[in-house]
Design a protein around this ligand. Structure first.
Ligand code: SAH
Length: 357
């Protein structure tokens, strides 16, 4: 299997132009590319045999030279609020998690961008065990497609907030976003795609230059560097000032507002003083603050503050004319909420996270 994968092309990671070029190089007409792309990215088939309007000869050639990446759902848990968490097995046995959330305005899928994560945020479960590897575009697409295919639910929003740091897997993630929003494929509007990052400054600037209409969310979690360094090792590399500068560049280049995520941890970053400092930092910026009540993770930093404290924090931001919302909690009873997704390695057991609770 592995040997085959090494020599064969991952055809589902080819964007439309690359597929067209490849199909034309086999002597076939370009319209075949549109058909093959449609089979994989609209009809979501997983085998060349299912591509019924493709001549047998071309199907044979494709299966000799390429493989269709298949991300398999090997576990599913459903929360009492309807949120479903899926365990996805990749071809090499690594496992990641993805989440389907149903809202009145449509269905959102939260996908993982890496197996593991090397950012080390002290309150997050996904980083325990470090980074195993980057996911390919087809593996990220596979998470959306498999959820859509097996539940029959149309996915309208995709958020890159599962396991991994999206900007640490930059080129695959950007390609994934372009393919996801391609009208030859599932055609999910870029406006309905949100990428969350802990703030890798150079990559954030590079992203601003891509001309994508996505929403970017930056995990800030602290209003000053001293505190941020205590909870997020990445803050040793980038100061809040560096991040703000990159955000201003992003807003200027794209005309889009930035979201700042602020996970609230009792006695750590949740005082009125922190709120006032945050308000001063964000004053005049075209932004939105999303307060996330901490989802405590066994063995990781932090406790969730009471709702009154969170409301008070919100009020201070509002008084300072900062747009702010409290993130609605989804799926915490199945460990599907922010920061609760974990990498399952090759031997990883299903529902492991639930057993640990
Ligand atoms: N690597 C990306 C995506 C992380 S998950 C990033 O850092 O932005 C999405 C959000 O959940 C991030 O803001 C992350 O910091 C936050 N988060 C992580 N663990 C959490 C937890 N236990 N409780 C609440 N939010 C958490």
């Amino acid at each position: 299997m592995t040997e085959r994968l090494l020599v064969k092309k991952d055809i589902k990671s080819l964007d439309f132009d690359e597929l067209k070029e490849f199909i034309e190089s086999t002597g076939e007409k370009a319209f075949r590319a549109k058909q093959v792309y449609g089979w994989m990215h609209q009809k979501l088939v997983q085998s060349f045999d299912d591509m019924s309007n493709i001549p047998k000869s071309l199907r044979g050639r494709l299966s000799e030279e390429c493989f269709i990446e298949s991300t398999r759902i090997t576990g599913k848990q459903v929360s009492k609020d309807g949120t479903a968490k899926f365990l996805m097995e990749l071809h090499d046995g690594n496992k990641v998690e993805s989440v389907l959330m149903k809202y009145r305005h449509g269905n959102s899928v939260c996908i993982s961008t890496q197996a593991g994560c090397r950012m080390g945020c002290r309150f997050c479960a996904s980083t325990v065990g470090g980074l195993i590897r980057n996911l390919t575009p087809s593996e990220m697409l596979g998470q959306v497609y498999e959820i859509q295919r097996t539940t029959g639910e149309r996915v309208s929003n995709v958020i890159l907030m599962g396991i991994g740091e999206p900007l640490d897997n930059y080129s695959n993630v950007v390609k994934f976003i372009k393919m996801l929003s391609d009208s030859n494929g599932v055609n999910i509007s870029q406006r309905n795609i949100t990428l969350s990052t802990c703030g890798l400054v150079e990559k954030l600037k590079e992203l601003a230059d891509e001309g994508l209409a996505i929403t970017v969310a930056v995990s800030l979690h602290a209003p000053d560097d001293v505190l941020r360094r205590q909870i997020m090792p990445v803050a040793e590399r980038y100061s809040i000032q560096n991040i703000m500068e990159a955000c201003r560049y992003y807003i200027e280049k794209t005309g889009r507002r930035i979201t700042f995520e602020y996970s609230m941890m009792e006695g750590i970053n949740d005082s009125s003083r922190h709120a006032e400092k945050l308000a001063r930092l964000l004053k005049g910026l075209n932004c939105h603050v999303n307060l996330i009540p901490l989802n405590p993770v066994n063995g990781r930093l932090g406790k969730r503050p009471g709702i009154a404290g969170i409301q008070q924090f919100k009020l201070i931001l509002e008084k300072n004319h900062i747009n702010v919302t409290i993130r609605r909690e989804m799926g915490s009873d199945i460990d599907a909420a922010c920061g609760q997704l974990r990498n399952k390695d090759k031997g990883g057991k299903l529902h492991e996270s639930i057993c640990e609770k």
